[in-house]
Design a protein around this ligand. Structure first.
Ligand SMILES: [Zn+2]
Ligand SMILES: [Zn+2]
Ligand SMILES: [Zn+2]
Length: 255
């Protein structure tokens, strides 16, 4: 199952640069220091899937020229991961179909609150058309592609990572239970959040993310959900072991 993965965004909830910040990272001219909110596009078996649709979803779809979209998988319902969902209207229009959106029962409930107008009995014309697909911890199929959920904790909030074949994606976590480490065994690529250097309540910091990367032992680990506080891309890159890289927006890998 060949797949192509494109990092649509690799920034934390505020994005990088942060509005009004004059730090070195926010002022950097390096394109790798410009980070939209975290999301990834997967092209697998001719299907087009995104994980999360944050506030930069529209801009990301335009930048990567993603002309069709078959499904969205949601990790959790924090605003930086769902806020762009309204823009699936474009795909509803082109594809003449509802957009299947996958999430846990709790996440789907939150989508119904956040995008209440899409779920009203008498629908206003032009609203997003969503097909809510409930998932649990159990593996499931998306458009014929097997997906294994990877339950993790984001402080106290349960969040889902996803494994598809040898690609595993974990955003917004600072705890990984043993049962999820089991599911990560043998993955070739691991994507993991690494927010900043200082310890954080709900995200792995750089040191913790490096420990997780070593424990999982993927051929290559990519860090995402990066804050301006982590430092300049080119500086941080030099500190990392060979099997670990900072992802950046627009980076694309094939596996
Ligand atoms: Zn987030
Ligand atoms: Zn800054
Ligand atoms: Zn979050």
């Amino acid at each position: 199952m060949a797949m192509k993965v494109t990092f649509l965004g690799t920034g934390t909830s505020q994005g990088v640069p942060v509005i009004g910040c004059d730090c070195d990272v926010c002022q950097s001219l390096d394109y790798r220091d410009k980070r939209l909110r975290s999301s990834v596009h997967l092209s697998v078996n001719n299907k087009s899937i995104v994980i999360d649709s944050g506030p930069d979803f529209r801009q990301q779809m335009l930048r990567e020229k993603i002309l069709c979209l078959d499904a969205i998988l949601f990790t959790h319902a924090h605003k930086d991961h769902i806020a762009g969902l309204d823009d699936v209207r474009a795909y509803n229009y082109i594809q003449h179909a509802d957009m299947p959106v996958y999430g846990t029962a709790k996440v789907l409930e939150q989508l119904k609150i956040e995008f209440y107008y899409a779920f009203e009995k008498f629908k206003y014309p032009g609203i997003p058309q969503l097909q809510l697909m409930e998932m649990t911890d159990a593996s499931f199929m998306v458009q014929g592609i097997p997906v294994t959920p990877l339950p993790v904790l984001h402080y106290k909030l349960p969040v889902m990572g996803f494994r598809i074949n040898n690609f595993s994606y974990i955003t917004d976590a600072n705890q990984i239970p043993d049962s999820t480490y089991e599911k990560l065994k043998g993955t070739k690529v691991l994507v993991l959040n690494a927010l900043q250097r200082e310890k954080h309540l709900s995200h792995f910091n750089l040191a913790e993310a490096l420990e997780v990367a070593a424990k999982v032992g993927a051929e290559q680990t990519y860090f995402i959900h990066i804050s301006h506080k982590l430092g300049l891309h080119k500086t941080v890159e030099k500190e990392l072991p060979e099997s670990v890289t900072l992802a950046y927006d627009g980076l694309s890998i094939e596996l």
